[in-house]
Design a protein around this ligand. Structure first.
Ligand code: SF4
Ligand code: SF4
Length: 353
């Protein structure tokens, strides 16, 4: 598909958790500030996105994901009403809605409203209680695992398919077997691992560590025969190796599409990627401008080949733009992982049992 296929909307910069590794608390000055988007402003964005989704070159629905620099469900009413308005004024729009939430505000009512809007949530959860509660803390310093599991229970009662987002922090990386014990016990079937980036050294996970962890995860999944557990990152690499890269983000997918295939509204400013927030050279525009402008402005910044340029075959699509622009970038960890994973996929494709 030519053009933008995924739109993230960061509606606010407030959170009811205070995770120890969160850039929100580590670098609060780097965030848009307290002015959450209103229902009307979210409506303007959705209207622009749906118009863009109707252009002749569009060949699949655009995914709209409500995410943080904060907890989106703190402004659930604004999100809900903006989607409702869109559905009633333009019932034939083709947008698909998602959110990534920390789960604390999920209850039967919110889940019922999400279900009615066909908005698919994924919940941030970093493994079993002892692991999760080392980092994902409330403002009073207590853990949040039980509250998250209550939110997940509400999703289960409503029959909503549950995806979880796990931040690959050092505790998770160092205890992957315990992590997967929990996943099996709790019966989760869809996981996406997020990379920790742009955090101080004591929290950071290097590119090499990230790809090593992905390799360990693929091996554990294979050894435990977790065929019914989908690891979003591995599936993304599988599609990329097969020549169908997602062009989402290497943080939780396989390839980068910043500015050309995905954009993020950091409240009222538009960026190619949330990691570029606050850097004037990366601003693509304002929330009330038509989407057609943004890939053109991105091309003016980095050239029309940009993220979509010819990527070497062994990398299965373009690597993170931010990393490629670093002086010391060499991409070897990713190439090694892709080479290893390609070999594994061929082997498991031949498995006779
Ligand atoms: S839930 Fe997300 S936004 Fe909130 S503190 Fe944790 S990592 Fe940060
Ligand atoms: S620039 Fe990097 S962090 Fe941003 S969307 Fe691309 S892969 Fe993701």
């Amino acid at each position: 598909m030519a053009g933008i296929e995924r739109v993230c909307i960061s509606v606010n910069s407030v959170c009811n958790l205070k995770c120890t590794y969160c850039y929100f608390f580590l670098k609060p000055d780097h965030l848009p500030g307290p002015g959450a988007l209103s229902c009307a402003e979210i409506g303007v964005i959705l209207d622009n996105v749906q118009r863009y989704g109707r252009r002749p070159a569009a060949d699949k629905p655009i995914k709209v994901n409500f995410v943080g620099s904060g907890e989106p469900l703190i402004h659930w009413r604004e999100i809900r009403d903006a989607i409702k308005n869109l559905n009633s004024t333009i019932p034939d729009h083709s947008l698909r809605f998602y959110t990534v939430t920390n789960g604390l505000l999920l209850n039967d009512q919110v889940v019922g409203e999400m279900k009615a809007l066909d908005l698919k949530p994924s919940v941030s959860l970093d493994g079993p209680e002892w692991m999760h509660d080392r980092t994902r803390l409330r403002h009073n310093g207590r853990g949040s695992h039980r509250a998250v599991m209550r939110g997940i229970a509400a999703l289960r009662r409503a029959g909503v398919e549950i995806a979880i987002n796990t931040t690959l922090n050092r505790d998770v990386i160092n205890h992957l077997e315990a992590y997967f014990d929990f996943i099996e016990e709790a019966g989760f079937s869809k996981i996406i691992f997020d990379r920790l980036v742009d955090v101080p050294a004591e929290h950071s996970v290097s590119t090499a560590e990230f790809y090593r962890a992905l390799q360990d995860i693929a091996s554990i999944k294979e050894r435990r025969r977790l065929d019914s557990v989908e690891i979003g990152n591995l599936e993304a690499y599988r599609r990329a190796i097969a020549g169908r890269p997602d062009r989402v983000c290497t943080m939780f997918g396989s390839t980068c599409g910043s500015g050309f295939h995905n954009i993020i509204y950091m409240q009222r400013e538009v960026y190619p990627c949330g990691r570029m927030f606050g850097q004037q050279q990366w601003v693509l525009g304002r929330f009330d401008e038509p989407l057609e402008l943004f890939p053109k402005r991105m091309a003016a910044k980095i050239g029309s080949a940009g993220c979509t340029g010819e990527a070497p075959e062994e990398t299965a699509g373009p690597d993170c733009l931010i990393e490629r622009l670093r002086d010391d970038y060499d991409g070897s960890e990713r190439r090694e992982f892709v080479g290893w994973f390609r070999g594994q996929s061929q082997l498991s494709g031949c498995r006779s049992d």
